[in-house]
Each structure stands twice: as C-alpha cells, then as structure tokens.
Design a protein around this ligand. Structure first.
Ligand code: 5GP
Length: 214
C-alpha cells in the first residue's frame, strides 16, 4: 500500500524523490548542529553519531545518498582509511550493490605481507605524519575506485588514498565525504587534480562555536 502510494507520488511529482533524499541530508545537518561539538574554529567533533558511537540509520542514509550521487560512476570498489571512514564507506558499498570495501590500514599487522602499497598522510587532527597501507591483492589495475571518508579538510587523507590507487594502476572515479570544511581547501585541491568531489554537508565556517552550512 505504502509502496504504491510512493510510486504514485514519484510518477506525479518527479521532484518528490529528491525532496525525500534532501530530508535525509537535512537530518545529517541537524544532527551536526544538535550533537556536534566544536573545538576552536577548525575541528568539529561528531563522535556521538558518526565516528565513535554510530547512528546506524543515519549512516545507511549517507550510504544511499552517495550511491545516488555516484550511480553512474562505474565504481567497482570502495576505498577508505581506518577507522572513522569505515562506517560511511560500508554503507555506501552496501547501497551500491555490495561492492567490495577496502580500508587502508594505519598500522602494520603481522599478517600483512610485503606486497603492499604505502603512502604517507599527515593527520589533520593530530598533526602527525603516518603511513597508510593496502595489500596489493585488494587494489588491482582494473579497479574503478570510489573514495569515501568521514571528513574533508585539507585533502591530505584523500591524496594519500589517491596515491595508493595510482600505485595499483587503478582509476579513481570519485571522492565522497560526509562532512566538508570548505575553507580548509581540500575540495578545490582535489577538483583541480581532475577528481569529482561530492560532500553531503558542507560547512563554510565555524565561528564562536557556530557552525554555518553552505
Ligand atoms: P584532511 O586529510 O582532508 O585534511 O582531513 C580529513 C581527515 O582528517 C579525515 O579522515 C578525518 O578523520 C580527519 N578530520 C579532519 N577534520 C576533522 C574534524 O573536524 N573532525 C574530525 N573528527 N575529524 C577530522
């Protein structure tokens, strides 16, 4: 009954689907405003729903939105970096038809062989330089990779992941981030390199504890 009503609405009002999707992303912005916690004017803490405690329902909506945005990208694999990128990347992989999800590791487990790709990444939040690694078995030259991460700030994490894709001889077909802090320049930097970048909530400023969206 509900399904037939929805079909009727989509047929009659083609913008209805977009409105429903818009509402889900409005919920993300609302959650940022109600549950986010600002540290100075550069860092937003969303540990209570995105990257420590997880709002699973919202994360699944995030995945569906990325799947909609990148449906024509031809992606065959989702790539992210541990740990905080994994929930959104997982939801996206599921929404895109159970694509394989690979996450780059920040530590080297004893089970990881020498046959790995490695790239240095400067952490935005810690200011430290670390290496991220993916086993060569899981990134192949025929892969069309969609990169998903929780935040886009200066773009260093994405650049590191792009380096791994390049080493594998694979192709990056897009970069999706849940929250972008626009003024930190990552989006522009990645677009200038020729990549398509989509962010679900774009913050234009954090001033006196107030978060403003685009
Ligand atoms: P970028 O490499 O683009 O400068 O920063 C993105 C990475 O740093 C993301 O993987 C994310 O984990 C972390 N990050 C950047 N800004 C923030 C922030 O405001 N809050 C949190 N929690 N993580 C951030």
């Amino acid at each position: 009954m509900i399904v037939s009503k929805m079909c009727f609405l989509w047929g009659r009002y083609p913008h209805f689907l977009m409105v429903v999707q818009g509402l889900a992303m409005d919920r993300l912005k609302e959650k940022i405003l109600t549950d986010g916690y600002v540290i100075g004017s550069e860092i937003l803490k969303v540990d209570s729903f995105l990257n420590h405690q997880i709002d699973v329902e919202l994360t699944l909506e995030v995945g569906k939105e990325f799947a909609r945005l990148f449906k024509d990208s031809g992606a065959t694999k989702i790539l992210t970096v541990e740990t905080s990128g994994i929930p959104a990347a997982y939801a996206t992989a599921l929404a895109m038809g159970n694509l394989p999800l690979v996450f780059a590791k920040k530590t080297v487990p004893s089970t990881m062989t020498d046959n790995t790709y490695m790239a240095p990444v400067k952490s935005f939040t810690k200011g430290t330089l670390s290496a991220i690694r993916v086993a060569a078995d899981y990134l192949k030259k025929e892969d069309k990779v969609l990169i998903i991460d929780d935040f886009l700030a200066t773009g260093q994490a994405s650049l590191g992941l792009l380096d791994l894709v390049r080493q594998a001889g694979a192709k990056c077909v897009g970069i999706g981030t849940v929250i972008e802090k626009e003024w930190q320049g990552g989006h522009r930097r990645l677009e200038e390199l020729g990549y398509r970048v989509e962010s679900l909530a774009i913050i234009t400023s954090i001033e006196d504890g107030v978060v403003k969206f685009k």
